[in-house]
Design a protein around this ligand. Sequence first.
Ligand code: ZN
Length: 226
Amino acid sequence: MTQPTDPRPTACPFAPAVSGGVWPVITDHPHRLLVTYLDRAGTYHYAGNDPRERARRFAAYRKGKNGPRYHCGIDLYGRDGDPVRAIADGVIVRNFGAFRRGVRPDGTPWLVRRILVDHGAIVVGYGEVMPIDGVPDTHTARGRAILAPEARTVVRAGEVFAAIRKQRVSSMLHLEVYRAGTTQGAQWLTRRPPVQLLDPSLLLLELARDALPLAARGGPDSTRDG
Ligand SMILES: [Zn+2]
């Protein structure tokens, strides 16, 4: 049964729910479990009173410097350096630089990363992050390398494998969901969305709902990293 407050469908199918899934950001940010979305009744769900916050939702229109595009993910609240954890068991298939932030003290490029984790039924892109030490780097000039199966890092549900890394102005986890088997991130540039892309709205609302009682009780959720 759909409700008026459920997310309004776009041209992208909804990603399936993840059983036993875990909210991906460990943070004390006041909007830490907030999912920005447009509902079936036409109401925007977003933090505060600033309508610009609506741009965090899936499929939000962007007037980029390379032309218009639509937002492939949802921007979750968090602060620079907050731990990012796997929403379910999976393997890291790619860890690549999406945005250049500058130069690190050792002279190498400082790239804000997007990490693709294969969770079986879905593949999740965790964007605007840096991996923790030990996650193999797959960045190339063309950003196309993927890890050989034997080199892929296994992550357990709730395991921290990255941290939020500020890209330009604000810090967030940009989360995208793709169909099973996807090894490449996508861009959504025309009305027709990329075929492998899925709408994360319902999935994230469910994860938030599961995390809320724990957070309200001051339970282990808000700081758990295991
Ligand atoms: Zn985003």
